[in-house]
Design a protein around this ligand. Structure first.
Ligand code: HEC
Length: 174
């Protein structure tokens, strides 16, 4: 009888020990969570401001791009010597399309300062589509690429072609 009772209480002891162990585990987990929360709050308090500032800095460059865009007077449609003065783009029938599709994210300077073949311009468009959020240009793409490759062709293609013609040595066959 006595023995049995002792055996029972031992089991009970084991059970309560297990319970204690489990609740200790839970408690330490809770403490850990509180510590993490406090530490992250402190970190946010210390660095959050500069973190937000650097995020805003990126936003500012986007705003600066937009400001630069707006700085180009949309109403100034003067054309001199075939150049649209406000954008610097060659003025053709396709000008409005180019201005509409290609100057909403950045200034037209990026275009006028570049030279490329059709392939090169297509590559730049693909790059902007893949990484900069440029939309699908659909059937306008051919018109745009033709315009770009015609008016902003690589200089050295023309130069090399001239040189080749100039450097041919003609001799008469007798
Ligand atoms: C959705 C926005 C967006 C549109 C629309 C857009 N671009 Fe861009 N483009 C960008 C961004 C962003 C860059 C990178 C700007 C930078 O590096 O400062 C860029 C860069 C460029 C560059 C420089 C590439 C280089 O290798 O340096 C050229 C040229 C260019 N764009 C031409 C065009 C042409 C042509 C069009 C019209 C078909 C066009 N862009 C329309 C976003 C756009």
């Amino acid at each position: 009888m006595n023995k049995e009772k002792r055996h029972f209480s031992e089991e009970e002891k084991q059970l309560s020990q297990e319970l204690l162990f489990k609740s200790l585990k839970l408690l330490s987990l809770f403490i850990l969570l509180v510590v993490i929360a406090v530490v992250s709050f402190m970190l946010y308090d210390a660095f959050g401001h500069s973190m937000l500032k650097s995020i805003n800095k990126n936003k500012l460059t986007q705003e600066q791009i937009e400001a630069r865009m707006i700085a180009v007077d949309q109403d100034d449609d003067r054309v001199e010597n075939g150049i649209h003065i406000a954008t610097g783009l060659v003025y053709t029938d396709d000008f409005d399309l180019i201005r509409g599709m290609c100057t909403s994210c950045h200034s037209a300077k990026l275009i006028t300062q570049n030279r490329a073949t059709k392939e090169g311009w297509t590559e730049m468009i693909r790059w902007m589509q893949e990484t900069q959020g440029l939309w699908d240009l659909g059937s306008n793409e051919k018109i745009i690429v033709d315009y770009l490759a015609e008016h902003y062709a690589p200089d050295d293609i023309g130069r090399r072609a001239n040189l080749e013609i100039e450097e041919i040595e003609w001799y008469k066959l007798e």
